[in-house]
Design a protein around this ligand. Sequence first.
Ligand SMILES: NC(=O)c1ccc[n+]([C@@H]2O[C@H](COP(=O)([O-])OP(=O)(O)OC[C@H]3O[C@@H](n4cnc5c(N)ncnc54)[C@H](O)[C@@H]3O)[C@@H](O)[C@H]2O)c1
Ligand SMILES: [Zn+2]
Length: 345
Amino acid sequence: METAWRTVPVRLGDRAYDVVVGHGARSALEGLIPASARRVAVVTQDGIPFSVDPGREHRVFTIPAGEVHKTMATVEGLVRQFAAWGMTRADCVVAVGGGIVTDVAGFAAASFLRGIAVVHVPTTLLGMIDAAIGGKCGVNLPEGKNLVGAFWQPSGVVCDLNALTTLPERELRCGNGEMAKYHFLTSLDLAAMALTDRVAACVQIKATAVEGDERETISSDNSAGRAVLNYGHTLGHAIEIATDHRLLHGEAVAVGLAFAARLGQSLGRIDADRVALHDAVLADYELSAGLPEGLAADDLMALMRRDKKAINGLTFVLDGPVGVQVVRGLTDDVVRGVLQDFGAR
Ligand SMILES: NC(=O)c1ccc[n+]([C@@H]2O[C@H](COP(=O)([O-])OP(=O)(O)OC[C@H]3O[C@@H](n4cnc5c(N)ncnc54)[C@H](O)[C@@H]3O)[C@@H](O)[C@H]2O)c1
Ligand SMILES: [Zn+2]
């Protein structure tokens, strides 16, 4: 029986904040909103059955669901409503939803009146352990995903695990793909932990990476930065594109983790038991570890090369004797060989 909440501090000097994790944690929300805020704009989506009480005058603004609405137009709609309501720089936005809501509302908060406070209340597992932590926010352009945005740290984050009870199974599985990744970024036994501790541990890993590299300025081969968070993502991103997004992000990352383990093994960085552990963690989360049928090694290689903008060979994030690290300069032959053994045409 777990009842206690966990508080994970994100230590960023004058931009530091707490992430509160637990069942019923939404009652911590009022305390995370700056005392100056007279009004709170709650930004959410229809269909998210999770309400919050900011403890002061507030209005609810809904944005449409789906990646196609993560746009400048949606942000413009929001900030115009903030202006029409008369919100001031002392007021606050509270984002209640998945990564789309926290990205859009975060960017609206970052730009309205040159920046007002925001508190995130992620309601998806992916939002809790990833999107709502670290201050990245923004929107898509027709030219590409997340091309406009800001680093805008929230004043606090509330991960109320009760929100997950209504989350569709496939969305939960997507969060599980990222959560599986965290198993290999820590020496803690996440599998043995109760949910509150496990989510808090994942938040802590992301927080630590952000503290070391707030604006992602450390070069991508520095393992102290955010780069390790891309474990499983090199092939994962390629699979998302190669399947025309038939596999969702978290599902593709799961396959990417299974592949990265095998690549690590082929380079002698990890042994068969560690590969088996990858497969076991994925199976525990009911994630498929196999490459979807019919994908061509050539196509995946081309997509992976684009993903990492590699100059000399491919760059991967790989597990190894001292943990997950960035490994550069892998030759095409090695990667292609493992990819073919993994089922690529
Ligand atoms: N800023 C970052 O650091 C960061 C990191 C990772 C991902 N992201 C972004 O996050 C987005 C993906 O986020 P996501 O996976 O949370 O998807 P999402 O925000 O689209 O949410 C998934 C679906 O679940 C619904 N939903 C949310 N909470 C619910 C609940 N509790 N009960 C029932 N339904 C609920 C939503 O309305 C939506 O339809 C992408 O746009 C991605 O680019 C950002
Ligand atoms: Zn991811």
